[in-house]
Ligand binder design. Sequence first.
Ligand code: AKG
Ligand code: FE2
Length: 222
Amino acid sequence: MILCIDNVLTSDELDFLVSKLKNAEFIDGKNTAGWHAKLVKNNMQLPNNDLTQEMRGIVTQALKRNPLFQATVRPKIIQPIIFSCYEPGMYYGSHTDNALMGDGTFTRSDVSFTLFLSPASSYGGGELVIDTSLGEQTFKLDAGSMIVYPSSTLHRVETVTDGIRLAAISWVQSLIRDSAEREILFDLETVRQVIFQKYGKTPEFDLISKTHANLLRKWVDV
Ligand SMILES: O=C(O)CCC(=O)C(=O)O
Ligand SMILES: [Fe+2]
């Protein structure tokens, strides 16, 4: 499932992150790409340091408090967030994300996300293009909004033609490995909430809660 989630960051958080990124020293993005993705990756990203850690903490907190992110992604492990910067001429060509991430102890990538940090109108190009069963879908969201999409897809970032594209990206190992199962749980959870809001704790609510809990128990990967 591909989902866009608006207003993930408060304006204070967004301002803080952007002000730090504007003065930051970036390194070549090829450092964190797989051997084949390196061939088509042309961008910059923040190195690992105390400031990057602090910025990661802000994004992580925002994800923790976001009910839509929690319900759709069901995160178990989130890889260290990368803050990326594309200047004019930079791009990330078509690639698939590594299935296994981390050094030493491996985690699986189930869901990828991009949290856009620059206003969409402030730069040209820079769209995230995802190859889906319905064809290519193009996303360029406003600052503070994010897209979550299956890590299994081929995707790319179009060349930035002017302005600067700042983003925070990462990969998640989900508690529910299978994306179809994740979607069923998300749909059931959505319906359960609506039934509760409309009618309260009825026998129907109890039954759908039981089904939801039992499917979760069946599919969870802990
Ligand atoms: O910046 C983006 O929107 C996606 C970047 C990406 O695909 C990656 O880093 O693997
Ligand atoms: Fe990617």
